[in-house]
Design a protein around this ligand. Structure first.
Ligand SMILES: Cc1cc2nc3c(=O)[nH]c(=O)nc-3n(C[C@H](O)[C@H](O)[C@H](O)COP(=O)(O)OP(=O)(O)OC[C@H]3O[C@@H](n4cnc5c(N)ncnc54)[C@H](O)[C@@H]3O)c2cc1C
Length: 506
């Protein structure tokens, strides 16, 4: 179908797939008031056991869509993971901090995925501008200069809808990824694992709160302490074991480590998965994007697959709003792949290393070489910014992860931002904001004189100005030393912001 150049698509964005990535993106775009259609193949929520962990960055995104107050009630702060050998000797300790970190949340949470999906869906229901169609299977997409047309079947009948952009958050076998072309870059990890969710019926507090990764060449296994009475076991499978055999209760009870008996819990969900490690070569083509598992796959040993999809949604969400609402040039959307692909590569590669370690590690020494170059037998979490972030090329801080200070009234930065940029600086520097930024739609200004924690943040970075992006990475840092002559550095950073994210040229 070809549209005339004055054709106006029905929707701003069509999201294909309502997993955690699509649901987060729908909440973000809904918050910007964009007209969104979500097409989901399944009639109900995903019934099989999947993610059990998310991090502080994901929680900060949930905060930004107004859902963290509810989500926090469902989760447990994660104490960490112990890697042990098959005799349960400790090989490596990946303890997680038990204090709230710089992003404003605990670094690591355990959750039950159906709880989270219900919260995300409740969030979407608050937005009249977001429509979900279930039992809708997308079959193809076509694009021209005016719009993208998404074809789907619902209850056996064919339909099509148009939008300015389509985002494929449609999982590993993404139709949208196939449509935009480009191959997977394959990192070579391929293993079959059985995943089992058990609900305890007796007190087994002796199982402990740590996740236990049993590194055993013959059969690596994982035990996870989930919220409430939920417990997770993941068991690697041998080549000759069939899904039919391993999903028998007898096989499961025999292989869970640490052990538990059928009298102590009920098997609620079980599934055999192929754990893979892949990165899509193309994340955008014209009006189409991929996000979440449609763009990357990693073994789940670091609990980062879904978190990575949530970071995709946060990155793409504000950029789509900037183009569709603020008048930013379409080229801004090219930065989605530039920023997200290389960032994701680190997580895929590290998850693969952890996977290999679980199969091969015999001693603490071999483990620490794989995972912890300082030989400390301690593992640290990945904490990294974006390598190829937008902004001024000379600004080394662009793309850094930004802390979340409290404001003078006790509210927190991410709440005050409400989807906008935050410009942090002195009253003098913020006095004459260029036109597109001064409206308050694109950015909020917070004066260091009024907010002690912002003053402390600027001082700690020796910054005269910090600009925080809606996804909480740094857009610009102007150093104290560079602000010598008529605030030129500040004006330049603000002009760059206005040019990149709005129709104004400042
Ligand atoms: C055992 C296991 C444990 C894991 N543990 C963790 C963890 O602890 N932490 C973590 O961060 N990650 C974890 N992951 C990874 C995480 O589950 C995934 O990365 C995440 O679910 C991906 O979300 P998504 O929304 O991108 O894709 P999906 O959840 O796969 O959702 C895709 C959606 O698209 C729909 N769809 C597909 N095709 C079409 C179509 N043609 N038309 C319409 N709809 C379509 C599907 O029905 C589905 O609802 C784990 C994965 C596994 C398997």
């Amino acid at each position: 179908m070809t549209h005339s150049s004055d054709f106006a698509p029905t929707h701003d964005v069509i999201i294909v797939g309502l997993g955690p990535t699509g649901a987060t993106l729908a909440n973000i775009l809904g918050g910007y008031g964009l007209k969104v259609l979500v097409l989901e193949r399944e009639a109900g929520v995903y019934p099989l056991p999947r993610a059990v962990h998310f991090d502080d960055e994901a929680m900060r995104v949930f905060q930004s869509i107004g859902l963290s107050d509810e989500i926090v009630d469902d989760v447990r702060v994660n104490v960490g993971t112990k890697f042990v050998d098959k005799r349960q000797n400790l090989l490596l300790d990946w303890s997680r901090p038990q204090e709230i970190g710089p992003l404003g949340w605990y670094p690591s949470y355990r959750f039950h995925q159906p709880d989270l999906e219900a919260r995300l869906n409740n969030g979407i229901a608050m937005h009249d501008n977001v429509v979900i169609k279930r039992s809708a299977t997308v079959t193809s997409i076509e694009m021209d200069d005016a719009a993208v047309t998404v074809s789907f079947t619902k209850d056996g009948a064919p339909f099509s809808e148009s939008a300015a952009y389509v985002v494929g958050s449609d999982g590993a076998r993404s139709v949208v990824r196939a449509a935009i072309g480009g191959e997977w870059e394959d990192f070579g990890f391929k293993e079959r694992w059985l995943v089992v969710d058990v609900q305890l019926t007796t007190d087994r507090s002796d199982l402990g709160d740590y996740t236990i990764q049993t590194c055993d060449r013959d059969r690596p296994t994982t035990y996870v302490r989930c919220p409430r009475d939920w417990r997770r076991w993941e068991i690697s499978l041998l080549p000759d074991e069939t899904p039919e055999d391993v999903t028998q209760d007898e096989f499961i009870w025999r292989n869970v480590r640490p052990a538990i008996t059928p009298d102590e819990g009920d098997i609620r969900r079980k599934a055999v998965y192929n754990f893979e490690s892949k990165l899509a070569e193309k994340w955008r083509s014209g009006r189409a994007f991929v996000a979440g598992d449609a763009a990357h796959l990693m073994p789940p040993f670091m609990g980062q697959g879904m978190c990575t999809g949530i970071r995709d949604a946060a990155n793409l969400g504000w950029k789509l709003a900037a183009v569709l609402k603020w008048g930013a040039p379409d080229a801004l959307l090219d930065s989605y792949e530039d920023e997200r692909r290389s960032h994701t590569r680190t997580y895929v590669e590290t998850a693969v290393r952890v996977g290999h370690m679980m199969n091969s590690a015999q001693t603490a020494e071999s483990l620490t070489h794989v995972i912890s170059p300082d030989g400390s037998a301690k593992m640290n979490s990945i904490n990294r910014g974006l390598d190829n972030a937008i902004g001024e090329a000379t600004d080394d801080d662009r793309g850094a992860r930004m802390p979340q200070p409290c404001l003078a009234d006790g509210t927190r930065l991410s709440d005050a931002m409400a989807g906008r940029f935050a410009v942090l600086g002195s009253r003098q520097h913020l006095a004459n904001l260029p036109t597109p930024l001064s409206s308050g739609d694109i950015a909020i200004c917070l004066e260091r004189e009024n907010h002690p924690e912002i003053e402390a943040l600027l001082a700690s970075k020796a910054a005269a100005l910090l600009i925080v992006r809606p996804d909480f990475y740094c857009f610009a840092r102007v150093s104290e030393e560079s602000v010598i002559d008529h605030s030129m550095g500040v004006q330049s950073a603000l002009t760059t912001l206005a040019q990149q994210v709005s129709s104004g040229s400042a």
